[in-house]
Design a protein around this ligand. Structure first.
Ligand code: TXA
Ligand code: MG
Length: 333
């Protein structure tokens, strides 16, 4: 797969983070290859965002519709200014929340070097600075903005550990840069600032009230309106394990796997993982995808999920769980 021939095309190599492996990843990216990399939210599938062929390879590897644009990762605010136009609201949010789990959709800079297919041909661009030293070092070493959707097959559960990247995409990418489990565990908050009205596209690691405190009211699109087309990641079925998901479980059967929350997990499941025995929502977010994948075992009929409060990051967790439970578009999904 690689020009050097050191990487087998069979299964992605997991490399522990070091100066050497960061340099190796950057060289692969500059050569147009894909490298999965850690962020504070979930693992990303990295590609040189200025290279059309590399960007096309991202869509192909994920089997992602080309109408669903990618998030572009930069290392600093200057990098953001080179590819997007930041108004006063964007600058304020950048000062407060970058690096961090916030993606802003902004007008594309007219001289942006980012591939138009990374933005699905739109006049807007999704930008973020990840709060992860490895990711930042990788972007700097590559010297280019990095397109990075979550490193999973389209519609499936996002990976928060390197092994889960290999499970989902190991056959189609050469390498995963392993920095251990992601600290936050749930994707960035996506806010659209390309129009006069700020619109929440995806709840995430930063809550809406944190954002509103700085820039005033943010509109919430309803589940199936414009935002679904503008941000296909909002499509109803998403983040889905193979097994069906049953929400708000107040009892559980032995042929079910249980995703529990809090100090009183239900009894009787065939297998159980507890998102947070202490009832802590940050801990639950960090464990969510790993545990969903661990429970996704065909010996069970479905995954039952105990209720979680809708407060703070609970909003983002429940958003992902509802999409994981939504009817699947076709039998393969
Ligand atoms: O935390 C995260 O955001 C992770 C890490 C790797 O950074 N990335 C991630 O990327 O979740 P992805 O591709 O799985 O989700 C990106 C979301 C999608 O829902 C996409 O539709 C939306 O952002 N998006 C990207 N560019 C957009 C644009 N120009 N306009 C509207 N939505 C956009
Ligand atoms: Mg994703």
């Amino acid at each position: 797969m690689s020009k050097s021939g050191r990487i087998t095309p069979d299964l992605a190599v997991i490399e522990q983070v070091s100066q050497t492996t960061i340099r190796k990843s950057a060289a692969l990216l500059r050569a147009g290859q894909l490298v999965a990399f850690p962020t504070e939210t979930v693992y990303g599938l990295g590609a040189d965002a200025t290279n059309d062929t590399a960007v096309e390879a991202v869509y192909a590897a994920k089997r992602r519709p080309k109408s669903n644009p990618l998030i572009i990762h930069v290392a600093d605010v200057e990098g953001a200014h080179r590819i997007a136009e930041l108004d006063e609201r964007a600058k304020k949010l950048a000062r407060e929340f970058w690096p961090g789990p916030l993606t802003m959709i902004l007008p594309r800079h007219p001289r942006s070097a980012v591939s138009t297919s990374a933005c699905a041909g739109l006049s807007t661009i999704a930008v973020r600075i990840p709060a992860n030293e490895t990711a930042l070092a990788l972007i700097r070493e590559t010297g280019r903005p990095i397109a990075g959707p979550s490193a999973n097959a389209s519609g499936k559960t996002s990976p928060t550990i390197a092994e889960h990247v290999v499970q989902s995409l190991g056959e189609v990418i050469p390498m995963v840069l392993d920095d251990g489990p992601c600290r936050i565990g749930i994707e960035s908050t996506v806010i659209n600032l390309s129009g006069a009205k700020a619109v929440l596209m995806r709840p995430g690691g930063i809550t809406v009230s944190d954002l509103e405190a700085l820039i005033g009211p943010i509109a919430m699109p309803s589940a199936t309106t414009e935002a679904d087309h503008a941000s296909p990641g909002r499509a109803q079925s998403h983040y889905a394990p193979k097994l069906p998901v049953r929400l708000e479980a107040v009892d559980v059967n032995s042929d079910e796997a249980l995703l529990a929350f809090g100090p009183d997990p239900l009894n009787g499941a065939g297998k159980m993982r507890n998102l947070s025995p202490a009832g802590n929502l940050d801990e639950a977010a960090a464990n969510l995808y790993r545990m969903l994948i661990e429970l996704d075992d065909s010996e069970f009929r479905q995954i039952a999920v105990m209720p979680l409060p809708e407060t703070g990051v609970g909003q983002a967790i429940n958003d992902r769980l509802r999409r994981a439970a939504a009817p699947r578009p076709n039998p393969r999904n």
